[in-house]
Design a protein around this ligand. Structure first.
Ligand code: MCU
Length: 411
């Protein structure tokens, strides 16, 4: 159900420091470093302390730096990912804090308890882990927000993550509530999606130091449906230790593009938009509020979010029977996102599958073989084909209307 409460527009200071496990960016006075392998770090151009807004009704070019320089190599694209992340943090997601000072974990029964301390404050949360019936420990695993809504693939453990305890998502009154905000303060810029992604990173930290939990931290996937699907794709974007990202029916704020959803709305369809979404819940930073009525000013869109997951495994599940999700928007957005995988020479690492005639978050059996293929390849290291990009929708996506850049072949 949707609510129609309104929120107050709040303007906050731009964020200048963004950290993922992959790339650390700091303010314009220093450069960031993208680690291209264990031995060959590439120095990235400085990321502007504040990334400027644009005026662009098309989906912004993921292959051009803010400076105007073109991305021509895969290493440079890692630098560009850091810049895209900085832009998305500044204008939409808020900042994901770096790894806290202390993370410890304990394993008992089927419960992994994670204790985090930072700046003199501590929180603790727990996930339950269900081992698969076959296979051998350490297992690959899927972190399911709220347990997830997909059948857990054979040979894969399920990590049940109660994301709502990290950041509440009841309504707009949930702002700043949850254990993340206990640790970092209720005024922290992170929206719930970013706070949950931080929680996922701590789960992986805990798995890394707790072999007894029986999970291989290098083979972890993440999934969730609907609002939790938005969470899953953001988690995959914000931690490059995640091997496979499976957002299910995430719609607007997830696999949809803000510009495309606005377009669908302008065509008379009942599709969730940026301006609506901030009146419903606290998934995004309050930093987002300023531009929800002018999404053409954002220097990114959600094809860029897929671009942050790249080149890692990404299998996007959508539903043509739910108008609110924006069928054209999610399809077109991910189609454009897949151009990034194409540029990196790994097209089949990203799949999109949009099937209707089922309830929201009910996984249709027609997608089972696709899910298995992605899990087998990215979690179980099998050599299987994952060339999937399909919809049963009747719309047609006119790529030229949305893309005015060319796709390089990155060397
Ligand atoms: C698709 O995800 C959301 C949607 O963004 C909301 O507008 C609606 O209220 O709830 C959906 C959902 O999470 O359903 C479980």
């Amino acid at each position: 159900t949707r609510t129609t409460t309104t929120t107050t527009r709040i303007t906050t200071t731009p964020i200048v420091t963004t950290t993922t496990s992959r790339i650390t960016t700091t303010s314009s006075t220093t450069t960031s470093t993208a680690t291209t392998g264990s031995t060959n770090p590439t120095t990235c151009p400085a990321i502007p302390g504040s990334i400027p807004l644009v005026s662009n009704s098309k989906l912004p070019d993921p292959f051009t730096f803010v400076s105007g320089a073109k991305v021509t190599t895969k290493d440079q694209f890692k630098c560009r990912q850091a810049e895209i992340l900085a832009a998305m943090s500044q204008y939409e997601l808020g900042t994901k804090p770096p790894k806290p000072q202390t993370v410890t974990a304990s394993w008992s029964g089927n419960k992994l308890t994670i204790n985090v301390s930072n700046g003199g404050t501590s929180i603790s949360f727990a996930v339950t882990i269900t081992a698969p019936s076959g296979g051998r420990s350490p297992y690959p695993a899927i972190i399911g927000y709220g347990g997830g809504s997909i059948p857990v693939p054979a040979g894969v453990a399920l990590i049940n993550f109660n994301n709502d305890e990290i950041a509440a998502q009841t309504n707009t009154g949930s702002r700043g509530q949850g254990k993340f905000y206990t640790l970092y303060g209720s005024g922290h810029s992170a929206g719930a999606l970013t706070a949950w992604a931080w929680g996922v990173s701590r789960i992986i930290d805990a798995l890394e130091i707790t072999p007894a939990a029986g999970v291989n931290p290098a083979r972890v996937g993440v999934t969730g449906c609907s609002r939790n699907g938005k969470g899953a794709i953001v988690a995959g974007a914000l931690d490059d230790r995640i091997a496979l990202t499976i957002p299910q029916e995430s719609g607007s704020g997830g696999s949809a593009c803000w510009r495309l959803s606005d377009y669908q709305k302008s065509q008379g369809q009942n599709v969730q938009t940026a301006s609506q979404i901030i009146t419903e819940n606290v998934w995004f930073s309050t930093n987002f509020n300023a531009n929800v009525n002018q999404v053409n000013r954002l220097p990114f869109d959600h094809h860029s979010l897929a671009g942050l997951v790249a080149p890692r495994g990404l299998y996007v599940i959508e539903n043509t029977s739910m108008e609110w999700l924006g069928a054209l928007s999610t399809y077109g957005c991910m189609k454009v996102g897949s151009l990034i995988y194409q540029a990196l020479g790994v097209s089949s690492n990203m799949g999109y599958s949009q099937v209707g005639n089922h309830n929201h978050c009910a996984f249709p059996s027609s997608q089972q073989s696709e899910l298995n293929a992605f899990a087998n390849r990215f979690l179980l290291d099998q050599s299987v084909a994952t060339n999937i990009f399909r919809t049963d929708g009747s719309f047609s996506f006119n790529q030229a209307q949305w893309v005015d850049w060319t796709v390089p072949t990155l060397t």
